[in-house]
Structure formats: C-alpha cells, structure tokens
Design a protein around this ligand. Structure first.
Ligand code: ZN
Length: 414
C-alpha cells in the first residue's frame, strides 16, 4: 500500500494480485506479452543511446507512430514509452548497465481492459485488435475490500506458473481531522503510548508488553547452536530442524504480536481521532544509542515490523502517521528540558526542577512535545503537558494484566 498526497486529498493506492486463467485467446495473450516486451526493449535501446531527459511530448513524437504500426493501441503505445523511460531512468540512477528485459510483463492502461469484479472476469485488448478474456482467482474477502475503489491500471505477467494480473486500485482517503495526538515509545519490554489533547492535556496512558524477551531466548539458543556446530551444523538433520523450529517461532511470535498491537493501537487512535507520532527509527541509528533501549541482538527489524503494522492499520482507518526524531526523548526533562538522572528502576528524576517520572512515559511525553513544536498549528505550542504523578502507572501495566497479549491465545505464541 502506498500513500501519496496530491494537493489536499491524500490518495491511497493498493494493488490486488491474482492468478488469471485465460479463457480462449491464450496464444494471442502470449504473443502480445512477447511483442510488448520487445517493444519496450526497442524503446529502451533508443533512449539509452540518447542523452538527457526526454519529455512526454518528445517520447510521443519519437515512438508513438512506430509502436502503433507494430499493432499496438494508442494507450498501449503510451504505456510502453513511459515505462521504458522509467526503466532507463532508474538504471541510470543506479549507475547500472543498459537494462535487458527477459520477463513477460505488460502494463495496461484502464482504457484497454475491463474488470468485472462481480463475476471475476477481466477482458483485455491486445495488439492488432485481438482480445482475451481472463478468469481471475482470488478469495472474495480479498476482493470485497476494493468495492467502491476505482482502478486505473493493471499489469499482466506470465511466468513458469502461468498468468498473473495485478490491478491497481485507488481511493481518496478522507483524512480524519485530528482531535488528539498519540505518541508511541517502543522499548524492549513494552510499547508505551500517550494520548494528548491538542491543548496539551494528557488524556490516556497505555502500555503493551512485548514478547521480545521470549524472542531473545530463541535467538540466543540459535546463536549458541550455530557456534557449537561450526559450518557443518547445517548438515546435521536434528540440529537443522531445531534451528528452523526456533527461527519459525521467532517469526511467528513477532508477526502475531506486531499485527495485534498494530490493530489495538490504530483502533484506539481511531476512537480518539489521533494523529500518531512514531519514533523515526532511521534517525535512531544516527543517534547511535539504540543499544540503550533496543536490544542489539534483536536488531531493529522487530521494531520496524511493529511500526509497519501500526502504520498500516492507521492508514486503513484514514489516520495520519508522522515520524519524529527520537533524539534525547528519553533523557530530557519534559518540564524544564534539563538532563534527567536515574532515580529508581525505570524511573528518572530531574535534578533541577524535581520532576520524577517513568522512563517510557517521559519518552512518550517528549515525543509529543517534539511533534507539537514542529506542528504548532495543531494546538498551543510550548505548553507543558500535565505530567503524570510519579506513582501513576499507565493503564495496562498494573498487576499482570497486559492488554496486547490478553487477546492472543497462548498457543499462537508458542
Ligand atoms: Zn526538570
């Protein structure tokens, strides 16, 4: 899924990929794909030999008549030269060689196909006036989602396994008007989130435990085994199996958790019409202090996974997500800005103003403050949020209750 802003209206674009079974016209479709690939290659060769950027108009003048005389329809021709130009551009951008196309794949404009989602049929206009009909294979739930969206382009492919189509859908995202800001602090042990009203009042605090300690146990086990059986461990059946099993568990635990948290967080954000402020993990790398809060052994992939799910679920609900540089968010006093010192386990204290607070909650508050200082239009900038009392715990942290894990059945985690 991608999310682009054109003018004021954000547009959501998503592709639906399906297997396609040709009902007649199989040979013509295959012929079309070959012709299309060769035509794109011809255009690539030509553009490659020319220097400088080519405008759409220039491309049209250079290639349109030629392509139409090969049997392509008007919009086929346009797709071909636009695609060829983009291939050349990205190859040059990477400093690579001239691209040689091997795969059979064609991009087709909405004027050259017709999609009937109700009976899962696609008709496709080919070269020389030929046409083909494809039966599409996809579960109804996957298709149901796109009702009410418009589609504007498709790609048809042929590989060893048969034909595939990807239909590109788009819709206008009616972005939710934010009433609150939700800032989220990711840690090894937990995900802490805080919801603030636009004038700086803390409306909600919540914490979800992460299963990362468990993931780490599996990871350490794998590392230990790999060390014990240098190189040859792969060939020992039992060892290989056990390593795979632990690898699978790591994957399962983290995906199940990431999806669950993404869903819970987005649902809560939707209820409060929040803009979601996440830590920019790329900036974290630069700040070079990830080791403090994130376990180095796990790497950042697991945090990215959690963020990915939060972002995905949020956008499904038309909520805005922003990334904030987390630099010094977990070390500065949210009241006076001075450096905080360790006070008790996970509790920090400001020597200057006496502010005391939970480390992760402080990080969430600071993240919110950073967001507000960059987006003052959202509220009154610079107003200190009402910080929680030192003994105040985020809900979900008291006792053994854990909101994220409560709804996951134990067997899903093992
Ligand atoms: Zn202070």
């Amino acid at each position: 899924m991608s999310y682009s802003v054109r003018g004021e209206e954000p547009i959501v674009i998503e592709a639906l990929r399906m297997r396609a079974l040709p009902e007649g016209g199989y040979d013509h479709l295959l012929k079309f794909l070959r012709l299309y690939r060769d035509a794109v290659q011809l255009v690539i060769d030509r553009i490659w030999s020319l220097n400088g950027r080519l405008s759409k108009r220039k491309l049209h003048r250079l290639f349109y008549n030629n392509l139409v005389s090969m049997g392509f329809r008007a919009h086929h021709a346009k797709e071909i030269y636009v695609y060829a130009e983009s291939v050349v551009k990205s190859a040059r951008g990477n400093g690579g060689r001239k691209p040689i196309l091997r795969r059979l794949s064609a991009r087709v404009d909405k004027y050259d196909y017709r999609l009937y989602l109700d009976n899962m049929v696609l008709t496709l206009k080919l070269h020389n006036g030929y046409e083909t009909k494809l039966r599409l294979v996809a579960s109804s739930e996957r298709v149901e989602k796109f009702r009410g969206w418009s589609n504007y382009e498709m790609v048809v492919k042929c590989d060893g396994g048969g034909f595939w189509v990807s239909i590109y859908f788009k819709r206008v995202a009616k972005a939710v008007k934010p009433r609150t800001v939700m800032s989220i602090d990711l840690n090894f042990d937990n995900v802490t989130l805080a919801i603030f009203t636009l004038n700086g009042r803390l409306a909600k605090l919540k914490r979800f435990r992460t299963p990362l300690r468990k993931v780490l146990t599996h990871r350490i086990w794998v590392e230990r085994v790999q060390k014990r059986y240098p190189r040859s461990w792969r060939f020992i059946k039992g060892v290989e199996k056990a390593v795979d099993r632990h690898g699978e568990r790591i994957k399962n635990i983290s995906w199940v958790y990431a999806h669950k948290v993404g869903d819970l967080v987005a649902e809560l954000a939707s209820k409060h019409s929040s803009i979601i402020a996440l830590e920019d993990l790329d900036k974290l790398r630069e700040n070079n202090k990830k080791g403090k809060r994130f376990n180095k052994r796990l790497g950042l992939w697991i945090y990215r996974k959690i963020q990915f799910c939060i972002e995905y679920e949020a956008r499904e609900r038309n909520l805005e997500v922003v990334k904030i540089n987390p630099r010094s968010t977990s070390s500065k006093c949210p009241r006076c800005g001075k450096k905080l010192a360790e006070y008790r386990h996970r509790v920090l204290r400001c020597r200057k103003c006496g502010f005391v607070g939970d480390r992760d909650v402080i990080a969430a508050i600071n993240l919110y403050k950073k967001y507000m200082s960059k987006h003052p239009r959202c509220g009154v900038s610079g107003v200190a949020p009402n910080a929680p009392k030192p003994d105040e715990n985020p809900s979900g942290v008291q006792g053994k209750r854990d909101d994220a894990m409560k709804n996951i059945k134990p067997h899903e985690l093992i």
